[in-house]
Design a protein around this ligand. Structure first.
Ligand SMILES: NC(=O)c1ccc[n+]([C@@H]2O[C@H](COP(=O)([O-])OP(=O)(O)OC[C@H]3O[C@@H](n4cnc5c(N)ncnc54)[C@H](O)[C@@H]3O)[C@@H](O)[C@H]2O)c1
Length: 159
């Protein structure tokens, strides 16, 4: 399959990308290197340095079977001091991606709320019903209920 891995120069996306290359998929990594590293891009994957908003539509127009989306800012402390950056990048960037290509997309789940959870399936609400308050989790969880995501029948989202 022709796969686009956003955030493929980052911690999780680079590992997923390497596994997909090993499985024989045609992988393109989109990453702006804002926190990732070029040398983490899996060998055998094509690399497009760019942003979700400016470059995802162009890459998707070239023909992609599925998107695995790991491009996000995920520093909880920074998200509290600069929440606008997180809402713009994580929610705005993801909506652009979804609108550009309503395809099969695996969305990143919540880091802190998932770690708090003891139940399966994982949700964006910690046991006891306490929703995460930090902008990393809130900007990501909002994606799952926005029209760009819910109107896309082939999109896989965290519960
Ligand atoms: N690391 C964990 O343990 C963990 C656990 C659960 C969920 N997650 C989620 O997985 C996702 C990835 O986490 P990570 O730990 O790999 O982070 P990371 O910072 O290592 O990787 C994110 C990558 O996305 C890129 N990026 C960010 N914004 C971008 C944009 N607008 N356009 C293009 N590239 C962009 C960065 O340069 C970086 O390479 C996040 O949503 C995070 O919340 C992480």
């Amino acid at each position: 399959m022709r796969l686009l891995v956003t955030g493929g120069a980052g911690y999780i996306g680079s590992v997923v990308g390497a596994l997909l290359v090993a499985e024989g998929h045609d992988v393109t990594v989109l990453d702006d290197l804002s926190t990732g590293h070029a040398d983490a891009v899996p060998a055998g994957a094509a690399f497009a340095r760019g942003t979700l908003r400016e470059d995802a539509p162009r890459l998707l127009a070239g023909g992609v079977d599925a998107v695995l989306h790991f491009a996000a800012k995920s520093l909880v402390g920074e998200s509290v001091t600069d929440p606008a950056k997180y809402w713009s990048n994580n929610l705005g960037g993801t909506v652009t991606l979804l609108e550009a290509k309503c395809s099969t997309a695996s969305m990143p789940s919540e880091s802190t709320s998932a770690a708090q959870s003891r139940s399966v399936p994982l949700t964006n609400v910690a046991p006891g019903g306490t929703a995460s308050a930090n902008p990393v989790d809130r900007s990501s969880s909002t994606v799952t209920s926005c029209p760009a995501a819910t109107s896309c029948p082939a999109t896989t989202l965290p519960m």
